[in-house]
Design a protein around this ligand. Structure first.
Ligand SMILES: [Zn+2]
Length: 109
């Protein structure tokens, strides 16, 4: 069943069901498979991304970035920022002065 190929009609119908927040069970019933198979089909057809949904539910370990207070290469500001970022956010966003410089220079290690 997981090797099932959707017809254009089925794909259109499933897209409609996704857009209108139908349950996966309802979609699975429509396709005639179990919800697990349905999810695999949706991922394969690029209609849904369950990996992303999973991360969205438990982002804790992923979003924690180490911070440091190394003086900014440019303005010497010691405002806390993500480790390995050598210029402060203000300087980073003010790219004018950095234009034309290679990344290696800006992010010098
Ligand atoms: Zn700075």
């Amino acid at each position: 069943m997981s090797g099932r190929v959707l017809s254009d009609n089925e794909r259109t119908r499933l897209q409609y069901m996704l857009d209108n927040k139908y349950t996966y069970r309802a979609m699975a019933t429509y396709v005639g498979c179990c919800t697990d198979t349905l999810k695999r089909i949706l991922v394969r057809e690029d209609m849904a991304d369950f990996e992303g949904a999973k991360y969205a539910l438990s982002p804790s370990h992923k979003t924690q970035t180490k911070m440091w207070k190394r003086p900014c290469l440019r303005c010497k500001s010691e405002v806390e920022r993500p480790k390995w970022q050598y210029v402060c956010d203000r300087c980073k966003h003010n790219t004018q002065a950095w234009e034309g410089l290679p990344d290696e220079y800006i992010w010098e290690t």
